[in-house]
Design a protein around this ligand. Structure first.
Ligand code: HEC
Ligand code: HEC
Length: 426
């Protein structure tokens, strides 16, 4: 391995010096050639640190830093405005937006459950066919939903409002619900500078969705034990890095190495933001197939609320924000290979969001790892390069991989956003 050769050629350097040199190189995010974090050397705790090669350190470094710089919701001029975030936070918990009076975003995206629901598949006024994803870090997704059928948080918010199985609302009901309640009416006016009753209902629906999108854009998952390890490794702080459990280190090595997980679950969020087929069964129930990304692209192109629609605006502070954001949608075309593809989910917080996959068919992280270990190669599409193959992991390797995945979640309870009403309740 290059790591061993490099450390031999640098044997004259003291290990401390070598680590400092490595840290400096990493900090400049230049190539890591010649730097290795090695376990030999015998300082306190260092024996608990695997001898990660320069390539491994470089790959691990790519999964941070965390948290990322704040991001804005695409095509949403309200995103980043405190008044809109606060009003959107209120609307997120507001069950009266549904004519049923008992269904809000928070019914399915439960704050105490990482903004997911713990069910295999979402359940609103009727049963859904897909698992409810966590909303942590959703603003950093290029596409929303397992099939990417929305290209912004605000347009993603409109779907459940209108879907008869979810909140079963419509523009007129949303307008009346906001206009009739003094706190909500006041919040709307403070946020948008006009009365909800002075606007066409559809414009109020989009405004409400944009405020909700601004709120969802603020949801960022907390730092985790992995982040402490990753930062220590990058700094060259071996004592701190050695505090990361040995099983997690071995699992991480598999994740960025032989397991090839990081080819898709890459970057600080552990997702490349794209779509893939992982060889799970297609059928949602006998005879019914979920087309995944293929249907998502068709739905997105047909959506009256996509980034090419008249409802999309340049993001606050950027004159050309719209042009950049809408480009990705403009060039999208469904292809044959998109059939049965689903979004590569980020893995932060995943320890707390069982069950897994787009339809919740795998109950635990152990089951997910078992899937990758034994998957049916015949089931996978042949087009495109074939990344996945059955890994045939040993019991210990599987346990290590799971131990690593668990370190992507914060052990302490997640901080709960507490939206302050824009106007005090009366
Ligand atoms: C009945 C349950 C339910 C309700 C109510 C609901 N959602 Fe969802 N949400 C889901 C499910 C299920 C998905 C996955 C949809 C898909 O892939 O087609 C989802 C997906 C999302 C996503 C995409 C996340 C990602 O990482 O891809 C966002 C954002 C979101 N919902 C926000 C909201 C907002 C905002 C509201 C309220 C206006 C809301 N949801 C109401 C169940 C629900
Ligand atoms: C080819 C890209 C690709 C590779 C390689 C890959 N994954 Fe995935 N992963 C996905 C996709 C796509 C999904 C969602 C699949 C679905 O819902 O149908 C997923 C889902 C998951 C989930 C469930 C997350 C959730 O919230 O439901 C976990 C955990 C996971 N992968 C871990 C791994 C591990 C560990 C490896 C390496 C052994 C790996 N993945 C390799 C693409 C990939």
């Amino acid at each position: 391995m290059t790591g061993r050769a490099a450390s031999v050629s640098r044997a004259s350097l003291g290990s401390a010096q070598r680590l400092i040199a490595c840290a400096a190189v990493l900090a400049a995010s230049a190539l890591l050639a010649g730097c290795a974090v090695r376990s030999s050397g015998g300082s306190v705790g260092a024996s608990d640190l695997l001898d990660f090669t320069p390539t491994e350190v470089q790959r691990i470094a790519r999964h941070g830093p965390w948290p990322p710089p704040p991001a804005r919701d695409a095509g949403n001029a309200q995103s980043g405005r405190p008044a809109a975030e606060a009003f959107g936070g209120q609307l997120f918990f507001e069950a009266r937006l549904s004519p049923s009076g008992r269904m809000s975003c928070a019914t399915c995206h439960v704050p105490e459950r990482q903004f997911a629901d713990g069910l295999p598949r979402g359940h609103g006024l009727a049963a859904l066919e897909r698992n409810t994803p966590s909303l942590w870090n959703a603003v950093h997704e290029r596409w929303q939903g397992w099939d990417g059928a929305a290209d912004s948080l605000w347009s993603q918010a409109i779907r459940p409002l209108l879907d008869p199985r979810e909140m079963a609302s419509d523009a007129a009901h949303v307008q009346v619900a906001i206009a009739r309640d003094r706190t909500l009416a006041c919040g709307y006016e403070r946020t948008f500078g006009r009365r909800a009753t002075a606007m066409p209902a559809q414009a109020v629906l989009v405004d409400a969705a944009k405020a909700i999108g601004a709120f969802v854009a603020t949801l960022v998952s907390p730092r985790t034990p992995f982040d402490e390890f990753r930062d220590a490794l990058v700094r060259g702080d071996r004592a701190a890095a050695a505090r990361y459990p040995a099983a997690a280190q071995r699992g991480l090595r598999l994740f960025v190495g032989r397991g090839q997980c990081a080819l898709c679950h890459v970057g600080p969020r552990f997702s490349n933001g794209e779509f893939a087929d992982t060889g799970l069964p297609f059928f949602t129930r006998p005879g019914v197939v979920d087309p995944g990304r293929q249907g998502g692209i068709e739905a997105l192109r047909a959506s009256p609320y996509n980034l090419l629609s008249r409802w999309a605006e340049p993001a606050a502070g950027t004159a050309d924000g719209l042009a950049d954001d809408s480009m990705k949608t403009r060039h999208l075309r469904a292809q044959h290979r998109n059939f049965g593809e689903f979004k590569v989910p980020g893995l932060r917080g995943a320890a707390h969001t069982a069950p897994y996959m787009h339809d919740g068919q795998l109950a635990t992280l152990d089951a997910v790892v078992r899937h990758y270990s034994t998957l049916d190669i015949e089931r996978l599409h042949a087009d495109g390069e074939r990344i996945l193959k059955p890994l045939q992991l040993s019991d210990r390797e599987s346990a290590d991989l799971v131990a690593f995945l668990r370190t992507l979640s914060s052990p302490s309870p997640s901080p709960q956003p507490k939206p302050q009403p824009v106007c005090a309740p009366t």
